[in-house]
Design a protein around this ligand. Structure first.
Ligand code: CP
Length: 323
């Protein structure tokens, strides 16, 4: 059987096949152990130079990519819009081409505009990884979500996963829908009508209007952040009302017919979309998601650099197997 490759870039999960998504998840498995070592470093990407180009705020994704790159022995540079020539009006492609002139190999980009990662990938030779573009996709977040679900259930196929909250603005929701449906999960969404994209059913998902129904149905809830920076537009009456109607509370989970696994991509609004007792309680794997993020990103970097999946195990040692 031929092993699928990822191609030049990782821009989203929509263009990936089921086999390519499985390849990334399987390649992440051996990399998990590297982060548990006293010396968290393997030589797989020695000599590669990676730029983390972040035009939007990030804690988890930026730091997780940086750890992944350093643990694979790549050289990394972080560029934020603030403090760079972007503030003087330099455009995205000029910034990237100047970085390429310094002989870089890969760019991880986060950008507020949907399509920015693809726009860049079509214009530079380096591999481009989408670290979240506008309302479009956040592929590595969905991959780490799926790895965390698979860790708990040993499968994704046939599981019932409901993505709750602000679906309309969420790149995480979109990447999860693409990834989970390709891997054979039953996917649903639940949230206020005002935060639901039009024709969402066309993506092959069920729509729940009541959080109680979603909880009764689901094996897994992936709770999206209410994007407070967008809420001035009047999508919901108030945060208190949102919590009352759609909040994932302990009382609601306790009425569920089975244990429901709780995910949240972060950053969380405690007491808005999720109850602190749920976020910190036994149903939650929110911090496991963060741990898995490093392994997933190591896998993506390794594969895009040409690393062979069957050598990922060997790449963890000092004896070669590097990309
Ligand atoms: N989940 C996520 O993308 O978090 P950050 O915005 O902190 O990177």
């Amino acid at each position: 059987m031929t092993v699928p490759s990822l191609g030049k870039d990782l821009l989203g999960l929509e263009p990936l096949s089921r086999e390519q998504i499985q390849l990334i998840l399987d390649t992440a498995e051996p990399f998990k152990e590297v982060s548990e070592r006293a010396i968290k470093k393997v030589p797989a990407l020695r000599g590669k130079t990676i730029v983390n180009l972040f035009f939007e705020a990030s804690t988890r994704t930026r730091i997780s990519f940086e750890f992944a790159e350093k643990r694979l022995s790549a050289d990394t540079v972080n560029v934020a819009a603030q403090g760079s020539s972007v503030q003087k009006g330099e455009n995205l492609v000029d910034t990237a081409r100047n970085l390429e002139s310094m002989r870089i190999d890969m760019v991880v980009i986060r950008h507020p505009s949907s399509g920015a990662a693809q726009f860049l990938a079509e214009r530079i030779r380096s591999n481009v990884i989408n670290g979240g573009d506008g309302m479009h996709e956040h592929p590595t977040q969905a991959l780490l979500d799926m790895l965390t679900i698979r860790d708990r259930f040993n499968r994704i196929e046939g599981l019932r996963v409901c993505i709750c909250g602000d679906i309309a603005h969420s790149r995480v929701a979109r990447s999860n829908i693409w990834g989970l449906t390709k891997l054979g999960a039953e996917v649903a969404v639940c949230g206020p009508q005002s935060l639901m994209p039009g024709a969402i059913e066309e993506l092959g998902v069920t729509v729940f209007r009541r959080i109680e129904e979603a909880i009764e149905w689901a094996d897994v809830l992936n709770v999206m952040r209410l994007q407070l920076e967008r809420m001035e537009a009047g999508y919901i009456p108030s945060l208190r009302e949102y919590y009352r109607v759609f909040g994932v509370t302990l009382e609601r989970l306790e009425r569920a017919p089975r244990d429901v696994l709780i995910l949240h991509p972060g950053p969380m609004n405690r007491g808005v979309e999720i109850d602190s007792r749920v976020a910190d309680g036994p149903h939650s794997v929110i911090l496991d998601q963060v741990t898995n993020g490093v392994a997933v990103r190591m896998a993506v970097l390794y594969l895009l650099a040409g690393g062979r999946p069957e050598l990922a195990e060997a790449a963890k040692g000092d004896r070669g197997g590097g990309a």
